[in-house]
Design a protein around this ligand. Structure first.
Ligand SMILES: Cc1ncc(COP(=O)(O)O)c(C=O)c1O
Length: 420
């Protein structure tokens, strides 16, 4: 039987050999608690601090600006909660300008949207920025959305569903001029495109190890000095008071090794992935009724995403590909089981006609032969499902004249009517 073709690297990645090797001694040899004062503890503490320095170097940050977390979700939650906490504390003490308003884009991951919705329930106002058809936010729309009482802007660096890269630097620049904190969820970007937090001029950046061949359950929040994020998790005061709980030393070390490796090989790997991605895109677009989502060129190097007319549910296509040994997804791993179109695709204006979405995301472990295999079986899978749904490739239109419906959906966004 052929080995499964794994093309769901935006959901998670295989741990690299270097990352695994870096972690092994920390489970059975240097397993001490980093807070302990004997040699075994000090060795673990040194491993943790070396990992912090390495992650900082990979992101262009200072060591003191890196806080380890349990992953991208926690980093995003923490960035938002810490900005809210600081604003509310200033309000209570009568210091600061006051106000409770935040801004995000309509295509953020639920790890950003849900904490913002919680703040809305606590009386905060949230403006959700529309994007263009590719998922990009314009600096002008951000400029307009910022108000005197805006406390935080959160716009992701790379979209998980459609792969579009934002112009983070220009968005952060608007926030700097307007003196508003800027956070970016760089979970999909880290390890795949160059990140220099100083060049971006971001205040907070979230990353997650399992998206760049590190282990699951570990990530980091960059928080620019001198700002120290208010803790989300309280207890023994680890991570310089920022995040309590005995540190995940193997995870932090494995993340540092994976990020250093991805950063060192980035140029070479991105060129290879882009070429394979473009071959997949070119091949898939030859199938009638298949359309590319996201930006054709300003996208993650290994990310190809499509909508396919005439198939009722993405899950049918994913299931059929699975039967033929291909691991793919329809978009966000978090909504994989849902029959509804992903909120990102809805925000981009898709979603009112029967269609499936397909995301093929590559890594350095994919081969050209695997890409050829996927291109070989995809037309058959699509025809078979269309036949079953008896909608036909031209029977249903994805785009049509649905602009008005998309606008209506976006009009209600941010007024308590938005959903993840
Ligand atoms: C853009 C984005 N943000 C946040 C997350 C959550 O990261 P984690 O799985 O590490 O919690 C993901 C994971 O899919 C993601 O794609």
């Amino acid at each position: 039987m052929r080995k499964p073709v794994y093309m769901d690297n935006s959901a998670t990645t295989r741990c690299s050999d270097a990352s695994m090797a870096s972690m092994t001694p920390l489970f059975a040899e240097s397993y001490g608690n980093p807070s302990a004062l004997y040699d075994g503890g000090r060795a673990a503490f040194k491993a943790l601090e070396d990992a912090r320095a390495s992650v900082a170097a990979s992101l262009g940050a200072l060591k003191s600006e890196i806080f380890f977390t349990s992953g991208g979700t926690e980093s995003d939650n923490w960035a938002i909660a810490s900005a809210a906490e600081a604003a509310e504390a200033a309000l209570l003490s009568g210091k600061g300008a006051g106000g409770r308003h935040m801004v995000c884009s309509a295509v953020e991951h639920s790890a950003v949207l849900r904490p913002l919705q919680r703040l809305e329930r606590r009386g905060w106002e949230v403006t959700v920025l529309e994007t263009d058809r590719t998922g990009a936010v314009s600096a002008e729309s951000l400029e307009e959305a910022i108000r005197p009482d805006t406390k935080l802007v959160s716009v992701m660096a790379a979209n998980n569903v459609v792969g579009t890269l934002q112009d983070v630097k220009s968005l952060a620049g608007v926030c700097r001029r307007r003196r508003v904190l800027f956070h970016t969820d760089a979970v999909q970007a880290a390890g795949h495109v160059k990140i220099d937090v100083r060049d971006w001029d971001a205040d907070m950046v979230s990353v997650s190890a399992h998206k760049f061949h590190g282990p699951k359950g570990v990530g980091a929040l960059f928080s620019k000095v001198p700002r120290r994020p208010d803790p989300l998790v309280l207890g023994g005061g680890q991570e310089r008071g920022g995040r309590s709980g005995t540190e995940n030393v193997p995870g932090a070390v494995g993340m540092a090794a994976a990020l250093a490796e991805a950063t060192a090989n980035m140029e070479r790997d991105a060129a290879r992935l882009k070429s394979m991605r473009d071959r997949l895109i070119e091949g898939a677009l030859k199938i009638p009724g298949v359309l590319l989502t996201g930006d054709p060129t300003r996208r993650l190097p290994g990310h190809a995403s499509f909508v396919i007319e005439g198939i009722r549910h993405s899950a049918y296509l994913i299931g059929m590909l699975n039967e033929r040994g291909v691991c793919a997804s329809s978009g966000s791993a978090c909504t994989a089981a849902s029959k509804e179109a992903d909120h990102v695709l809805q925000a981009l204006g898709y979603g009112w006609e029967p269609f499936a979405s397909l995301r093929l995301t590559l890594s350095v472990y994919n081969t050209e032969e695997e890409a050829s295999y996927v291109l070989e079986i995809l037309p058959d899978c699509i025809s078979e499902l269309r036949r079953r749904d008896s909608l036909g490739s031209t029977g249903a239109r994805v785009l049509g004249d649905g602009e008005a419906a998309a606008k209506e959906r976006l009009r209600t966004a941010g007024k308590g009517g938005w959903k993840v």
